[in-house]
Design a protein around this ligand. Structure first.
Ligand code: MCA
Ligand code: AMP
Length: 451
């Protein structure tokens, strides 16, 4: 298949080409297992894959790509609310119970939807981002170019397999570049230290934890490149990582919708607090509130808009949301940024307070609020992101309890309600019970006052 070059035999083979949480396979065996499963998948509208960090997950994802069946990764800890939404909205069916006898399958067109990944917005339930094999290939090739990422690399990470970072970059990227992959199961400093890789991926929370474990950090000195993304890498973490490992990390920026669009380069400047330049095939611009192009002077803040080969097709079942997310050919990222005269980008923040990035996970305040309102004791709620040294932002809920129910509600119960109905990383870390929420004359909650 053309997307996953390593599975075509282009890089020869090795017995431990892909290793996940200690279980390894060669590319030939991976290709064979995926081929058998693909044969049983042909004709499915979409396939739901429980995205545990296991080799089975990789086999199932590759099978979907071989069969031309869109893969919908489901967070393994997704509770009933989140799971039912994803399955109903995508129409994805469970994996076939048994693999078939492998048949020769035609190579799917690069325009066929390869993945549907769910991402949170400011309001409502997460939206399914439909991405083609063509966009994925363009995104990975752009990163291979920026990072000089080749078959000589050993890629190490332990990120979840239901988001772009862990799955597209972290698995498909290895299978396209021919780099050997060591997935550590969880992204722990000890796991990273023991893996002996050349190329490491992490979210800032992971890099912060590596810095807090100097022995683990010093084990990374032999690496070639440490890459951070999914959330802003704090400058002190950048500096500390450089001090402890000898490597200035490469920071890159992207979104589920656009894949990775900006990065500092292996052979270029790595400036703390900045996310570099567009990868090949991507263009960017800044606009003001009226969609008028703003100057790239390193000071003027505008909304970052992007266009190019890495773009998603559409939000599944949401033509209006898709249309609203574009200004002509330009995708509205919702991130505020500056661009300097040399083309370097700095992400200044999100335009909406209702998008929270916690541990690199994007969480919509509205989704957590709806979930909490589903608890019988909660009358009103407002969810906000508070700065957090470890997670970047921590989810905090302010709740007004329903006096009629009359029962004392334990904060732990409400936290658990979100962890079990949505997923663990969407749970508030703190609950504040308040008599009322600050509202303006229109009745709208004034979240900035809560912060
Ligand atoms: C605690 N736990 C609970 C509860 N409280 N479980 C159920 N109910 C509760 N009330 C337990 C869990 O079972 C789990 O246990 C543990 O707590 C999880 O703790 P938590 O603090 O949430 O996890 P963490 O270890 O602190 O997580 C930090 C992390 C994680 C590992 C960095 O946030 C992470 O994996 N982040 C990666 C996010 C990511 O990949 N984003 C990419 C998005 P146990 O540990 O025993 O299981 S893609 C993207 O953004 C774009 C495209 C881009 O640019 O990349
Ligand atoms: P997601 O929806 O999970 O794909 O997250 C995309 C969002 O993550 C972007 O819109 C940014 O807000 C944020 N993000 C990703 N990478 C970076 C980065 N290097 N610096 C700052 N924010 C980032």
């Amino acid at each position: 298949m053309t997307l996953l070059t390593a599975l075509d035999g282009s890089f020869g083979d090795q017995p431990e080409a892909v290793s996940i949480a200690g279980v390894a396979t060669s590319w030939a065996d991976l290709r064979a297992a995926s081929g058998r499963l693909a044969s049983a998948m042909v004709g499915m509208p979409a396939v739901a894959v429980e995205a545990e960090p296991t080799l089975q997950t990789v086999v199932a994802v590759v099978a979907g790509l071989l069969a031309g069946v869109p893969v919908v990764p489901v967070p393994p800890d997704a509770g009933p609310l989140e799971r039912e939404h994803i399955l109903r909205d995508s129409g994805a069916l469970p994996l076939p119970a048994a693999a078939g006898v492998e048949r020769a399958l035609p190579t799917p067109s690069p325009e066929v939807p390869a993945l549907v990944m769910y991402t949170s917005g400011t309001t409502g339930a997460p939206k399914g981002v439909v991405m083609s094999g063509r966009a994925i290939a363009a995104g990975l090739d752009g990163l291979a170019d920026a990072w000089q990422w080749t078959a000589d690399d050993v890629l190490v990470h332990g990120l979840p397999l239901f988001h772009v970072h862990g799955l597209v970059l972290g698995v498909l990227g290895a299978l396209r570049t021919g780099a050997r992959l060591v997935h550590t199961g969880r992204p722990t400093p000890a796991g990273y230290a023991a893996a002996g890789g050349s190329l490491y991926f992490g979210v800032p929370t992971v890099w912060g934890r590596v810095c807090a474990d100097p022995a683990a950090a010093s084990a990374l000195t032999g690496a070639r490149l440490l890459v951070s993304g999914s959330a802003p890498l704090p400058v002190p973490v950048f500096d500390e990582l450089q001090r402890l490992t000898g490597h200035a990390p490469v920071e890159r920026y992207g979104m589920t919708e656009t894949l990775i669009t900006l990065s500092t380069r292996f052979d270029g400047e790595r400036r703390p607090g900045w996310v570099g330049v567009p990868i090949a095939g991507v263009d960017t611009r800044l606009v003001d509130d009226h969609d008028t192009v703003a100057p790239h002077d390193g000071e003027t803040i505008g909304e970052l808009q992007v266009q190019g080969a890495t773009m998603f097709d559409r939000y599944l079942n949401r033509p209006e949301a898709t249309a609203d997310s574009f200004a002509g050919d330009w995708f509205r990222t919702g991130d505020a940024a500056v661009i300097d005269a040399s083309g370097f980008h700095r992400i200044v923040g999100r335009q909406s307070m209702d998008i929270i990035k916690s541990g690199g996970f994007k969480v919509g305040a509205g989704e957590v609020e709806s979930c909490l309102l589903g608890h019988p004791s909660v009358r009103e709620v407002a969810v906000v992101g508070f700065p957090d040294d470890d997670l970047g932002q921590r989810i905090v809920a302010f709740v007004v309890l329903d006096g009629v129910v009359g029962e004392e509600v334990d904060a732990a119960l409400l936290i658990d309600h979100v962890a079990t109905n949505l997923s663990v990383h969407k749970r508030p870390r703190d609950i504040h019970v308040v008599a009322e929420l600050p509202r303006n004359a229109m009745g709208k909650v004034q979240k900035h006052l809560l912060r």
